[in-house]
Write a protein that binds this ligand. Structure first.
Ligand code: DP6
Length: 330
């Protein structure tokens, strides 16, 4: 029996990863930059044993169906090949999210699984190697290996595509992100399918790539200079450019709902009134508001006027993946 357990926090991209040039290896079309947050995390334990006849995956206490298990199995297989240990595994994963608002994250999930496999199989991976392994589970997971500001350098091969922590002198500790959880009754387009459809069909995709390169540089500079205004501006405009590509895809689609627009407008109105805050959105309707910690309580209260408290979650900078003591598998 080989056991391992790890915890990983989720991250939100300020400059988005949007598109793959290699689906198998998960090599991205553009570099991205994120902030790891403390409010959402996943704990995963894994045991490999020759007594098991198949991989089993429990999420939040429930045995998962074939489709969900396949994604995990595909990842376990990569770890098994890397270790030369070919035993089936039992995976227990728990998502810690403040509300049950469908915020399960593949970034924290796959980063925790990578950490747990590293321990269980005695892979002894460096953080760079762990980031590369997590990347092959879900692209954004490679960034959750580290805390604070993180850059995923797109690279051009399995070897050269991984995330690195950014020097910031702990500036991330001065920042906050407020999540506005928005109910979505519409059929969801996963980030995986959405980005692929965009790469293949969006008229604006080439322009997105040019913009993303320039935006990474702006964000790096803003972080170096601890310039919140510049970081907020580039975060918000990069998000809008990413979402513009989906409208020019064929068929077109959008992740925005009326409430997403209401939240964006609220951020604009708060800015007009002198509050320093900026929004970003991912492959779903939730809106995340980036602000400075010193203003976060006030901005939270202001958002509360528009959205009930149960829809808001305050997050601060979080840590990278960490190993946990393995208990006897439950
Ligand atoms: C919009 O990492 O979930 O959140 O690599 O296919 O698993 P896969 O996709 P995923 O995509 C994240 C897309 C995004 C932007 C980002 O996090 O950079």
């Amino acid at each position: 029996m080989h056991n391992g357990k790890a915890r990983a926090f989720t991250n939100i991209a300020l400059i988005k990863y949007w598109g793959k040039k290699d689906q198998q290896l998960i090599l991205p079309m553009n570099s991205s930059l994120s902030l790891t947050l403390d409010a959402f995390y996943t704990e995963t334990s894994v045991s490999f044993s020759k007594d098991y006849t198949q991989d089993l995956f429990y999420l939040d206490g429930e045995l998962q169906d074939e489709k969900a298990t396949q994604k995990v199995s595909r990842f376990l297989q990569l770890a098994r090949e890397q270790a030369g240990i070919f035993e089936h595994a039992l995976v227990y994963s728990q998502n810690f999210v403040p509300t049950a608002a469908g915020l399960a994250s593949s970034a924290s999930g796959l980063a925790a699984l990578a950490g747990a496999c590293n321990d269980a199989l005695g892979l002894n991976l460096s953080t760079t190697e762990l980031s590369r392994l997590a990347r092959k589970g879900s692209g954004s997971a490679c960034r959750s290996i580290y805390g604070g500001f993180v850059e995923w350098k797109k690279g051009h091969s399995d070897q050269s595509s991984y995330a690195l922590p950014m020097a910031s002198n702990h500036w991330e500790d001065d920042l906050a992100m407020i999540f506005i959880l928005i109910n979505d009754k519409a059929k969801k387009v996963s980030s995986r399918n959405g980005m692929q459809q965009t790469v293949e069909t969006s008229l604006y995709y080439d322009d997105w790539l040019k913009a993303a390169d320039a935006d990474i540089k702006k964000a790096q500079e803003a972080i170096e200079n601890h310039d919140f205004h510049a970081l907020g501006q580039v975060t918000e405009t990069n998000c809008l450019k990413m979402h513009a590509t989906t409208l020019a895809a064929s068929p077109p689609f959008t992740y925005w709902t009326p409430d997403s627009l209401k939240a964006m407008n609220k951020v604009y109105a708060m800015r007009d009134a002198g509050q320093d805050c900026y929004f970003t959105m991912d492959a779903g309707p939730n809106v995340k508001v980036l602000c400075q910690k010193k203003d976060s309580q006030k901005i939270y209260e202001e958002l509360q006027k528009e959205f009930p408290e149960q829809q808001l979650v305050m997050a601060y900078a979080g840590k990278g993946v960490e190993s946990l003591e393995t208990e006897v598998a439950k």
